[in-house]
Write a protein that binds this ligand. Structure first.
Ligand code: UDP
Length: 377
């Protein structure tokens, strides 16, 4: 008999949620991660009293009652609502696209006027069936907004022309004919008080975790340890890129601790012009209303500039590029993954294991569903 029922490779949200469920079902569980930290990319680190989102801003939002109830067990959430602003060459616009945005762009005041202007621009562009991100964007909000708030930002973030990107990416953003600048259409939203790391620590409490262990470098030793393996790293890396590498976007963060209490007046400011080399600046303290856990104002601030780049072997992968080419290649890896399950009991999960632009709640939902499927047998 093997020492563990489940070896979980990756201590991110998928791995942590699955581990928590498996341990709760009485399974013997070992979690390993090649980083020296838990939480994967939701990892937060406290700097000058501020929980800094070290791998990019994470704002928890969901419509899934079950997921919301589940995460409440591991953290209390504050009532942060994401209301990012766009900075286009010094002009400030409200996001997502709503009546404040339309008013600033065109001077329109009523929803009818805004709708008419969008329809006019859509017709002028001659788009009936949007086939890519550019056409989808113009069809949703018209050419002016596409040019100022979408085109350059998207091309910086993805390193590809909007015409070459799938339409679904822009459909992540709501378009509203109301004065509501909540970035998400979600029933529940917030940031775990005390940081994400603390939340994941709680999910993993009582579970054996080994950090700084690279599974792929020590495969033989670890493979034999468990009946089943949950692998949450990149699926193409697992298979040694034998069919070629999937494409990812990577992000580099330039973090600064500043001796000022307020740098930009908002948690997220997107720079939507082509000239600014970063895509956005995050000012982390505003995720917690500028206060520490005792409610005191924080005298300093930490900001992160995000620079997007094409991933190459050795970089951290952040975003799968879910276009047709990569979709077809992933499908082949997925089939290899199924064979690996049949022969070795390996299951691939999470944003990297399933090569999907998952949000946090979707990752947790996927892990809970997989746990239910496997553990109830
Ligand atoms: N987007 C944009 N302008 C913005 C913000 C977003 O054009 O100011 C587009 C861009 O294509 C981006 C997509 O909307 O890739 C999804 O944005 P989201 O904020 O969901 O991306 P994430 O926070 O996951 O990086």
């Amino acid at each position: 008999m093997k020492k563990y029922d489940y070896l979980i490779v990756g201590a991110g949200l998928y791995g942590a949620a699955f581990a928590e469920r498996a341990a709760a079902a009485g399974k013997r569980v070992l979690v390993i991660d090649r980083r020296g930290t838990i939480g994967g990319n939701v990892y937060t680190e406290k700097i000058a009293g501020i929980h800094v989102h070290k791998y990019g801003a994470h704002i928890f939002h969901t419509n899934d009652d079950r997921v919301w109830k589940y995460v409440q067990r591991f953290a209390r959430f504050n009532n942060f609502i994401n209301t990012p602003v766009a900075n286009y060459k010094g002009e400030i616009y409200s996001l997502p696209f709503n009546m404040f945005t339309f008013n600033k762009m065109w001077g329109v005041v009523t929803p009818q006027e805004a709708e008419a202007e969008i329809a006019r621009q859509r017709q002028a562009a001659g788009i009936t069936e949007p086939a890519n991100l550019e056409e989808q964007a113009i069809s949703l909000v018209g050419t002016d907004i596409y040019e100022k708030l979408i085109k350059d930002y998207t091309e910086k973030q993805w390193g590809r022309e909007c015409r070459e990107l799938p339409a679904f990416i822009i459909k992540r953003l709501p378009v509203r004919l109301t004065y509501n600048n909540n970035y998400f259409n979600a029933n529940y939203q917030g940031i775990p008080i005390g940081g994400y790391t603390k939340m994941v620590e709680k999910m993993l409490s009582g579970i054996e975790v080994r950090l700084g262990v690279d599974y792929l470098g020590a495969r033989e030793a670890y493979e034999g340890l468990a009946e089943r393996i949950i692998y949450t790293g990149p699926i193409d890396e697992y298979f040694g890129y034998c069919l070629g590498a999937l494409q990812y976007r990577s992000v580099r963060f330039e973090n600064e601790l500043l001796d000022t209490d307020n740098f930009q007046g908002n948690a997220v400011v997107n720079y939507t012009d082509a000239e600014t080399p970063w895509t956005r600046i995050i000012e982390h303290k505003w995720f917690e209303f500028g206060k520490d856990e005792d409610g005191n104002d924080l005298p300093k601030t930490v900001i992160s500039r995000e620079y997007s780049s094409e991933w190459k072997v050795g970089d951290e992968p952040y975003y799968p590029v879910n276009d047709e080419l990569n979709g077809a290649l992933y499908e082949k890896y997925r089939q290899l993954g199924e064979a690996e399950f049949a022969s070795k009991g390996v299951i691939f999960g999470g944003r990297l294991g399933q090569y999907r632009y998952f949000d946090m709640d979707q990752v947790i939902a996927a892990a809970l569903a997989k746990a239910e499927e496997l553990l109830n047998k």
